[in-house]
Design a protein around this ligand. Structure first.
Ligand code: GLN
Length: 254
């Protein structure tokens, strides 16, 4: 579904038509092609709006550096995690970069790039909530983000610990639900919740999932092999040049 550059210039009414017209385009990128990449809304430090109102983060800096290194253009769509994955499956975006964990189930449907960051799931509560361990969540409601590995982990242990799940679409809403005391805990990727806590959010992590996963850039299986190859080649170059470390340091240094 790569859009030709000129399509962006067309009036909206025409865009719908042209998008439909090239809905089956999975040919290799040629000059002038623009990949459409879906991402999350609030998922700091991977993608988020900074104090200056700019949309920044590790995922976006990596994508940008890789695109420059590999000579391709892209258009970013900040959709939310589940919406980005849905858009990928509907062929409305060519790829997703959203701190998306590589796992066996997803690998059946998507082609992932090489891993670029490792994560676990953390369980965050209000420090004054009296909840000190995952066992204390018995009989309580916890909040998760639809379609994520955090939700999946919560689903896998909910009967064991006896808590109920509430689903929301974005991380900001999830944090808010715990801060207001509506839900007792949020299940969020560990580096993401730690980043929020370091920036002053009044939450504390009381539990970490035993198993971790790696983040990868995702495309539909077999549809964008050349884009995945470019991503991997660019990622390797960034690692070799030290630029990968610089990007990580920009957000997680100190
Ligand atoms: N890493 C998690 C997943 O892949 C969460 C991603 C996200 O919320 N952006 O499901």
């Amino acid at each position: 579904m790569k859009k030709k550059k000129w399509m962006s210039l067309l009036a909206t009414g025409f865009v719908a038509f042209t998008l439909a017209a090239c809905g089956n385009n999975d040919a290799a990128a040629t000059d002038g092609d623009v990949y459409v990449i879906g991402t999350d809304t609030t998922f700091a430090p991977f993608e988020f709006e900074n104090d200056e109102g700019e949309f920044v983060g590790i995922d976006l800096d990596l994508l940008d550096a890789i695109a420059k290194d590999q000579g391709f253009e892209y258009e970013l769509r900040s959709l939310g995690f589940n919406a980005a994955v849905t858009a990928l499956e509907a062929n409305q975006v060519d790829g997703v970069i959203a701190g998306m964990s590589i796992n066996e189930e997803r690998e059946k449907k998507y082609d992932f790039s090489d891993p670029y960051y490792e994560s676990t799931v953390g369980v965050a509560v209000k420090p004054d909530s009296g909840i000190a361990a995952i066992e204390d969540l018995s009989g309580k409601q916890v909040v998760v983000k639809t379609g994520t590995t955090g939700a999946e982990y919560a689903e896998s242990v909910k009967d064991e610990y006896g808590f109920e799940l509430k689903y929301v679409e974005d991380s900001a809403t999830m944090y808010q639900d715990v801060l207001t005391g509506n839900s007792a805990a949020a299940f969020e990727d560990y580096p993401v919740i730690q980043y929020e806590i370091a920036r002053g959010m009044e939450l504390t992590v009381i539990h970490e999932s035993p198993e971790g996963s790696n983040y990868g850039f995702a495309t539909m299986k077999g549809k964008q092999t050349d884009l995945v190859e470019k991503f991997n080649a660019g990622l390797k170059n960034l690692r070799d040049s030290g630029d990968y470390d610089k990007i990580i340091d920009t957000y997680l240094g100190e």
